[in-house]
Ligand binder design. Structure first.
Ligand code: S3P
Length: 414
């Protein structure tokens, strides 16, 4: 089924998390507009409150007063949010005292060793389940700067180290194997403390102080990707997506859709809180298969499930490689997509680090396990609409993690 119309996605999830965290760390009062109001962001809001930040709401505007964080009195519950757990662990590594972080049944299975190892090198002490999973307790305090070569391209690990480095003795340097989303670096600059960036090496000095700012959160490209794929891969569709963050570390899915033959243009480009923002115009086409791999992966890691939907609609064999990080997201997203698509009749091969998809797929209606993963649920919804088949999802409430009015927004386009 084709679509027509225009849509404004909710606020960017990564930038919304950081807005509350930076507001909590900065001296003074930070005003946040257009923040994403979702379950994940609520986890971060409650986490910074328990660390001592004052958080209030005036109409649609959030007001955060920070600058003197302290040991929390109770356990911090990061819910389903990896960004909350990992970035808050970086903040707490620099706070004198003990913080305990836990999460829901998905988050307690996700790897925390990637933040524990470098933060321990800086001098924080951790007690974690099986040494690498939540729940974990962090004894923070006086940190020493380190120079750290990251094993995986992860903005969450990079951000945790930069946040810890802000209060360490000396200059902390993080070296990424491939560039991941750079919202933390941009927000540091926006709050008056630009890090030094040389290629994939980012350095922050230990006496970094942030000054409160007004933030307007741009729309989330990861949420925009769902209607974008739907429009791009159904000939005759026309869709305008307004106010989207077009930070180049996030727009890999647009490059892939263009490579597959979609007609996409970006207009009205401006800047909000140090981030480029624009309106995306999409005209649908019959897409051609492509290969997605290498340095492109971190720029579209969250969009791969919905790009798999584009691959199912495209002509030819689409190959996705170098994406083993998908196995440690809210669920194992490679297994979840392959299992669901096989069930509907697609020809798809699972690889350790990706998938090989034969298109165009001939699909039957059916029921799908979402594994309570918001992006799996939204991807199969788009698949059902684009293919005009009936799909029953076992959990639709999980979309509240990142896109609370997803279904009504999508229905407005039909
Ligand atoms: C995020 C970084 C990415 C992404 C996640 C949000 C962030 O995770 O998948 O949805 O806000 O920093 P990794 O850093 O683990 O790759």
């Amino acid at each position: 089924m084709k679509i027509n119309g225009e849509i404004t996605p909710p606020g960017d999830k990564s930038i919304s998390h950081r807005s509350f965290m930076f507001g909590a760390l900065a001296q003074g009062t930070t005003i946040i507009r257009d923040v994403l109001e979702s379950r994940d962001i609520n986890s971060t809001k409650e986490a910074v409150q328990s660390l001592g930040a004052q958080v209030g709401k005036d109409g649609n505007i959030w007001v955060v007063t920070g600058g003197s964080l302290r040991e929390p009195a109770a356990v911090v519950d990061a819910g389903n949010s990896g960004t909350t757990a990992r970035l808050v662990s970086g903040i707490c590594a620099g706070i004198n005292g003990v913080t305990t972080i836990t999460g829901d049944s998905s988050l307690v299975l996700r790897p925390m060793g990637r933040v524990i190892k470098p933060l321990e090198e800086m001098g924080a002490r951790f007690l974690a389940r099986a040494q690498r999973y939540l729940p974990m307790a962090i004894q923070g305090g006086s940190l020493m700067a380190i120079s750290y070569d990251m094993e995986v391209a992860s903005a969450q690990v990079k951000s945790a180290l930069l946040l810890a480095g802000m209060s360490a003795q000396g200059t902390t340097t993080v070296n990424e194997p491939t560039k991941s989303r750079d919202h933390t670096e941009r927000m540091l600059a926006y709050f008056g403390a630009p890090p030094v960036i040389e290629g994939n090496r980012i350095s922050i000095s230990g006496n970094t102080r942030l000054e409160a700012r007004d933030i307007s959160v741009p729309g989330d490209p990861s949420s925009a990707a769902f209607p974008a794929v739907w429009a791009a891969s159904t000939p005759g569709s026309r869709l305008l997506i307004r106010n989207v963050c077009i930070n180049p570390t996030r727009t890999g899915f647009i490059s892939v859709l263009e490579r597959m033959g979609a007609h996409i243009s970006i207009e009205n480009i401006l800047e909000k809180a140090g981030e480029p923002v624009g309106d995306i115009m999409i005209h649908g086409e019959t897409l051609q298969a492509t290969t997605i791999q290498g340095e492109e992966i971190p720029k579209l890691i969250d969009e791969i499930p919905v790009l798999v939907v584009a691959a199912c609609l495209a002509q030819g064999t689409t190959v996705i490689r170098d994406a083993s990080e998908l196995r440690v997201k809210e669920t194992d997203r490679i297994a979840a997509m392959v299992k669901g698509l096989c069930r509907l009749g697609a020809v798809i091969q699972e690889c350790d680090d990706g998938m090989i998809i034969e298109g165009p797929a001939r699909l039957d209606s059916g029921s799908i396990e979402t594994f309570s993963d918001h992006r799996i649920a939204m991807s199969f919804y788009v698949l059902a609409q684009a293919f005009d088949i009936d799909i029953t999802l076992d959990d639709i409430t999980c979309v509240d993690i990142s896109y609370p009015n997803f279904f009504s927004s999508m229905e407005s386009l039909i």
